[in-house]
Design a protein around this ligand. Structure first.
Ligand SMILES: CC(C)(COP(=O)(O)OP(=O)(O)OC[C@H]1O[C@@H](n2cnc3c(N)ncnc32)[C@H](O)[C@@H]1OP(=O)(O)O)[C@@H](O)C(=O)NCCC(=O)NCCS
Length: 293
């Protein structure tokens, strides 16, 4: 493992080094770390040199790099890379806070995915991270009068990343899509900050309601693989939905539900939930994007 990665990784649990995720002019530590990881990776895998150069080392900023990487996966013979890159420039110029959101999302992967050791990994290879960023652009376009490009992004994301997220769905920050394959998120769904979703999750309607008809997932909840959450119901903060569950009723905060239809198998207090692996520490709240690694 490259030296810079090793030294950072050793402080990931229980370390007290403050890692600034917020873009702060010259003090863009996340971007510096990612660039260093690319340099280290280049030394180990020179055959991927053009990937590291085009995606990271020749990019002017973290934000530009993220959208360039996503665009390079979405482009095809009909709609080229420049269309997506140019749209992302418009979105970032109009709403600079998108940059903080991208940082919280990549931090969420490194923090919560035990298989992830470097920022480089979600940035270059994980389609969950790419799908979320595609949605962030589509969401901005949707709300700024560019319905067709928004829908085209949804369409391409579903082809390339196997995720189908309606552009109108509202996503908070620090969202982690693990594997991502088969994720479906309906138009009126809401996913609050710090939520983790495994593959093959559906946040859908029951087919019996119109209008506001999709689930609302509150902060810090974890939705297991294959879970289907149907209807305009709420999954409370830090609740857990077991893999394979079908959830038809609202779930209380901190509860764990499982089965078809899902029933409560565990309840927890805030303190119990805080001890669970993967729990989001208070430092990763939406008011601050500093966290400890
Ligand atoms: C829901 C979950 C978080 C519960 O973890 P936990 O708190 O450690 O719960 P336990 O393992 O102690 O199980 C408690 C009870 O729920 C049952 N249970 C757990 N997961 C279940 C599931 N997915 N479906 C049905 N029952 C389940 C257990 O059999 C056990 O029942 P018992 O008390 O009758 O023996 C975990 O089982 C889960 O589903 N995680 C999602 C993981 C995932 O999606 N992985 C995919 C990786 S690619």
């Amino acid at each position: 493992m490259p030296r810079s990665t090793l030294s950072r990784f050793t402080v990931i649990s229980g370390g007290a080094r403050r890692f600034h995720l917020q873009h702060d002019g010259l003090q863009d530590e996340l971007w510096s770390s990612l660039r260093q990881e690319a340099i280290d990776a280049y030394a180990c895998a020179p055959m991927l040199g053009s990937l590291f150069m085009d995606s990271i080392l020749n990019q002017p900023s973290f934000e530009a790099a993220v959208f360039h990487r996503v665009a390079s996966r979405l482009k095809n013979d009909v709609v080229g890379l420049a269309v997506f890159v140019e749209a992302s420039h418009r979105a970032l110029a109009a709403q600079p806070s998108i940059g903080e959101t991208l940082r919280a999302d990549i931090a969420a992967v490194v923090e919560r995915d035990p298989a992830c050791e470097r920022f480089l990994e979600p940035f270059l290879y994980f389609k969950g991270f790419h799908a979320i960023q595609t949605h962030r652009l589509a969401h901005w376009l949707w709300h700024n009068g560019e319905r067709d490009l928004a829908l085209y992004l949804q369409c391409r994301s579903s082809e390339v990343f196997q995720t189908d997220i309606h552009p109108a769905a509202r996503l908070g920050r620090g969202i982690f899509l693990d594997h991502a394959t088969g994720l479906v998120v309906g138009e009126t769904a809401e996913i609050d900050d710090d939520v983790s979703l495994l593959h093959d999750v559906t946040l859908g309607g029951t087919g019996k309601e119109a209008g506001d008809r999709h689930p609302k997932i509150r902060q810090g909840a974890t939705i297991g693989a294959g879970a289907k959450i149907l209807g305009n119901i709420e999954v409370g903060a830090f609740a857990r939905i077991a893999a394979g569950s079908i959830v038809l009723r609202s779930v209380a905060a901190y509860a764990t539900v499982a089965g078809v239809p899902a029933k409560v198998i565990k309840t927890a207090s805030h303190a119990d939930a805080a001890r669970r692996p993967g729990h989001i520490p208070g430092d990763l709240s939406y008011t601050s994007f500093d966290y400890f690694i």
